[in-house]
Design a protein around this ligand. Sequence first.
Ligand SMILES: NC(=O)CC[C@H](N)C(=O)O
Length: 373
Amino acid sequence: MEAILALEDGRLFYGKSIGAAGETTGEVVFNTAMTGYQEVLTDPSYAGQLVTMTCPHIGNYGVNPEDVESRQPFVAGFIVRELSSVVSNWRATESLGDYLKRHGIVGIEGIDTRALVQHIRERGAMRGVISTVEREASRLVAKAAGAPGMVGAALAKTVTCTAPYTWPLAAAEDSTEYQRRRWHVVAYDFGVKFNILRHLAALGCRITVVPATTTSEEVLRLQPDGVFLSNGPGDPEPLADIAREVRLLAERLPTFGICLGHQVLALAFGGRTFKLKYGHRGANHPVKNLTTGKVEITSQNHGFAVDPESLPEELEVTHINLNDGTLEGFRHRHLPVFCVQYHPEAAPGPHDAAYLFEAFTALLPSRPAEVAA
Ligand SMILES: NC(=O)CC[C@H](N)C(=O)O
C-alpha cells in the first residue's frame, strides 16, 4: 500500500505504508540512534511527533515484551528508509511491522530519509502528515499545516498516569522486600521512561509514581525521602502550575530532574525555556561535565531547552552540550537539587551518565539497607 508524507511547507515524500493504514499528523523530528527503535516508540516524550530514524535499516531484531519504556507506543507516526523484512533475534516475539499495526501506529518506509533530515535541519522541525488514504498534495499540505504545533502544547498532562502506582511493579507494597528498600522516592510522571524507575529501584529505592498534577501537599503526605521529576512530551512553559508545586517540594526535599523534569525545575526557580530549531534526538551527543571536566556521550530526546541566561544566581550550570553549547544540566547552589537535560537512563544509548542516579541517592538520608524506610 502506498503512503505519502507531506510537510507543512509543501515538501512531499512518496513511499510505502508500514504499520496501520490511515492518517496521522505531528511534528516531524529525527533520531540518529542506530538501535533502540522499540525504546524510541514507547518513550512518552515522543507523543505528538512523527519520528524519523536516520539509521536506514530498522526492525531487523524485531520487538520483544521487555524493551518497552512505558505502557504503549506514544509516537504519532514512524518514518524509516527500509523496514527489515527479516526478524532475527532470540528475544523477538513479533516483527516491528506487526507491532506497529497492532498498536494502530501509521508509518511510512521507502522515502529518502537523508533528504528529509537535511530539510528539517535547514528549515527546522515542522508539522507533517502521513497518509495512506489521501493522495491530493494540496489537501495533505493543508492538513499538515493545520496540525497542532509543539509550542504551547501541555502534552505531559495527557500522557501521565491517571492514578499513583508503585515501582517495582511486581513487588507487593506490604512485602518485606518492598518495605526494606532503603529510600522512598516520589516520581512525578510527566511521561516517565521505565528505565529511570529501573535505575532508581536498582539502587534501593521504592518509588511512588504520581500523576503530573499531584500537589506538593499530596506528595509531602507520602513522606518521601526525595522527589524525582521525569521526562515527558510537549512544551514545558504551559506547565506553570506544576512548576509552582515543584518549587515548594524542591525547597524541602532532595530533588532530581531529567529532561522535561530539568526544564520544569528551571521554570520553578524563575528560568525560561525556548524551542530549539530541530532538537537533539540520538544516542551520541557529547556533554561536558563542568565539575569533573569529563565528557559524557549521552542519549538525548528534546526539542526545547533552558535559556542559561535566564537562570537565577542560586542555580549553577553543571553540564553543557559540546555540539551547540546549549545547557545540559544545573544544580542549586544551596539546596540538594540538580537536573540534566539528557538521559542518564539511556534506553537506548550509552551508560556514561548512570552515575547521576547515585548522585541522587547520595543526597537521600543515609540509612542501612535493612532498615524499613
Ligand atoms: N524527553 C523529554 O523530556 C523532552 C522534554 C520536552 N518535551 C522537549 O522536547 O524538550
